[in-house]
Design a protein around this ligand. Structure first.
Ligand code: IVH
Length: 697
């Protein structure tokens, strides 16, 4: 045999040798492209750029066009989708595709384990000696993939479990579905892989935005989007949708090769590892666990990690690991006794978008807020959700009166995911963004390229009120008794008009106001007086400069040492500070160059505001806790969370509000919240108050 087979391109077209070279090149291109596709879609570790991939792909397309006889069944060019179909053929599954019973909480999971123990005569509960596998329950569409001698031959939807639809041409377009099985041991004969086709959250949002822009109907959730995409009669349409595939089990296995049988007939764990070697993605955090204890632990972890996944899941699937015992346990009507779906608390619900109103923040930003017909999601009644800005409303094409899908994510404010456009009656109304500030009637402005519309009036009462509230808040000047309601009372009665006027207030001024007694008035004035000596970093944060949060404020205080030092910082000084980017430097410098703002700070000084200069070591990058990030949760016995934070910061440590991979320790007090679960899920060390104290010694 002549011709090149070394993976480089061949242009020779003549003679037997040429044909052979072409075939070799086609073979090696198919192998190369499959390998890169696998690295990208299954391993998430691409080793070539998209452009390089496209170049190889086009070369293969070119050769196949010229030599149609050499086109291979498993060629990646088949993924672009063949001719449109007139309908889907129905297919009878050789082995029915079953459904699962549900466990709705931890007790029901424990009961499932106990039942298995009873059925297997494993003497009673609490022994934790049964092996299970735990994986996510994907929220997509179930499909069966039939391979013959390692090549994808047919794909079918689950349908009613007995009969499904032939969606082979569409499934071929899904990059995470191997057209040819990989690995050293490829099963001969029929080999059926079952799993779920799904949409990832980000790509789902993009798809919906695009559809709405074209005036098409939105999908209510990623599952519907996956199902709709898989049931396109034109496979080229499916090819345009970024669908993914995860394998979760096996169906028919015809092969009688001993090496295959040991892979698939022993334990599920082993068969899933085998599927991975054949080129399939399986559930992230696929795990073998023991007994009810392991199951419950994994259930908590799974739920805590759920939001971080790129796709939707609605629970876990728990399966008995020992395949031989599956037969012993058998089935109950349509579901096996050896598996169960452990559902998570629902986080989505549909409700009515009753109205949209505008909130004006301290920077004057106009934020649209959804007023929703109250609905329970994940155990909490939700009646509002932020809509962020006009673009967001446009992108999602939300209309007043729409039925909408809302979603709660961890402790975050609920979000409106999408309208259910199929539920529209025609009476829904578009929301018209106001041309003037709804609080003061002044004009509003939207910076070019920016998403935020702002009220330009510095005296806008909403802005003034929110600025004062921010100034007095816990992380800022921490003025006790000066919450939202009192600030509103003071502003509405024209007792104060900006933050400086706080320091001119007398007990008599406050006492005159409705619902303010002598004692609370005196307390308030005392609290305001005390705030004059707050720490410099708190004052800097309290000023409400854009992009300056508590952490940046601390950096600024540390670098400038005194209030005067802060007022004298130049743009260059700011840029020179590590961890301060150009955007923040610009915002601070704008503030310091704004005559009105500086005058306001000077007036504060005149009224006796004299923040404590930063004691050396307040942000001590060489401190004992330098490089250590803590997350505080629950209540502590001997100190407040605020005290704990201050002490950690003094030693150069950092305190974050959410648990992430970067967290070093979670300090859990009494009644810790979801942060503890998250920490356990991510394997972050959890310590108690006593251990924290030792670190602070
Ligand atoms: S195993 C006999 N594993 O859930 C076992 N199913 O109610 C049957 N599903 O239609 C399925 N993720 O589409 C299994 N990791 C997973 C799954 C999963 C999602 C779906 C599947 C099926 C339904 C069963």
């Amino acid at each position: 045999m002549s011709g090149k087979s070394d993976g480089t391109s061949t242009k020779s077209k003549t003679g037997h040798g040429g044909a052979c070279a072409v075939q070799n090149r086609i073979d090696s291109l198919v192998a190369l492209l499959s390998e890169h596709s696998y690295r990208y879609y299954v391993l998430s570790q691409p080793t070539i750029s998209d452009a390089e991939y496209d170049e190889l792909f086009r070369e293969l397309q070119g050769l196949e066009r010229e030599y149609p006889d050499f086109v291979r069944e498993d060629s990646p060019t088949k993924r672009v989708g063949g001719e449109p179909l007139v309908g889907f053929r129905s297919i009878t599954h050789e082995m029915p595709m079953l459904s699962l019973d549900n466990a709705m909480n931890e007790d029901e999971i424990v009961e499932f384990d106990a039942q298995i123990a009873r059925l297997l005569n494993r003497g009673g509960m609490g022994q934790d000696d049964i092996n299970y596998t735990v994986e996510y329950k994907f929220d997509g569409v179930a499909v069966s993939l039939l391979y013959r001698d390692g090549v994808l031959e047919r794909a079918a939807t689950r349908g009613d479990g007995t009969t499904g639809e032939d969606v082979t041409e569409n499934v071929r377009t899904i990059k995470a579905v191997p057209l040819q099985l990989r690995g050293e041991v490829v099963p001969r004969g029929l080999f059926e892989v079952r799993g779920e086709v799904l949409f990832r959250k980000r790509e789902f949002e993009a798809l919906n935005a695009e559809r709405l822009k074209r005036g098409e109907e939105s999908f209510a959730n990623p599952r519907n989007a996956a199902s709709g995409s898989l049931r396109q009669l034109d496979p080229k349409e499916t090819a345009k949708r970024p669908l993914w595939f995860f394998a979760y089990g096996l169906g028919v296995v015809e092969s009688d090769e001993q090496s295959i049988l040991v892979e698939v007939r022993e334990t599920l764990c082993r068969s899933m590892k085998f599927l991975e070697r054949l080129g399939f993605s399986i559930s992230p955090h696929y795990q073998a666990v023991k007994g009810a204890t392991g199951l419950v632990e994994q259930y908590r972890r799974g739920e805590a990690d759920r939001d971080a996944l790129p796709f939707e899941v609605d629970g876990l699937v728990i399966k008995l690991d020992d395949v031989k015992l599956h037969k012993v346990l058998g089935f109950r009507q349509r579901s096996p006794r050896w598996a169960i779906a452990a559902k998570f608390k629902p986080v989505e619900a549909t409700t009515i978008l009753e109205d949209v109103f505008i909130q004006v923040g301290r920077t004057g930003a106009l934020t649209p807020v959804a007023k929703l017909k109250p609905v329970k999601v994940g155990g909490v009644v939700v009646s509002r959700a932020t809509l962020h800005n006009q673009d967001e409303i446009d992108r999602k094409d939300l209309r007043i009166g729409d039925t909408v899908v809302i979603r709660r994510q961890g402790d975050v404010i609920p979000a409106v995911v999408a309208p259910v456009t199929s539920a529209r009656t025609g009476s829904e109304e578009k929301f018209v963004f106001p041309k003037v500030c709804p609080e003061c009637g002044h004009s509003v402005e939207r910076q070019e390229g920016g998403a935020v519309t702002r009220c330009v009036n510095d005296l806008c009462p909403a802005k003034v009120q929110n600025r004062i509230c921010h100034f007095a808040s816990r992380d800022a000047m921490d003025i006790e008794g000066l919450g939202d309601k009192v600030v509103r009372l003071l502003v509405e009665n024209s007792v104060i008009s900006d933050i400086t006027s706080l320091y001119r207030l007398s007990v008599e001024d406050v006492e005159k106001l409705p619902r303010m007694g002598a004692l609370s008035s005196a307390n308030l004035i005392n609290a305001i007086e005390r705030s004059k000596q707050q720490d410099l970093n708190r004052l800097i944060f309290a000023l409400g400069i854009r992009h300056v949060g508590t952490k940046t404020a601390r950096l600024l205080a540390h670098c400038s040492k005194t209030l005067d030092g802060f007022l004298n910082l130049s743009f260059e000084n700011l840029l020179a500070i590590d961890e301060i980017g150009p955007e923040t430097a610009r915002a601070v410098s704008d503030f310091l160059n704004n005559e009105q703002e500086v005058q306001m700070v000077r007036r504060l000084i005149d009224f006796g505001v004299a923040p404590k200069p930063v004691v050396t070591g307040a942000v001590d990058t060489k401190g004992t806790l330098s490089g250590t990030t803590f997350v505080l949760t629950g209540t502590y016995e001997g100190m407040t969370r605020k005290d704990a934070e201050t002490e950690i910061l003094k030693r150069g440590g950092a305190v974050a509000s959410a648990v992430s991979k970067k967290t070093s320790f979670v300090v859990a007090g009494e009644a810790p919240g979801s942060k503890l679960l998250k920490a356990q899920a991510l394997g972050i060390p959890v310590i108690g108050e006593d251990e924290l104290r030792k670190m602070l010694e």
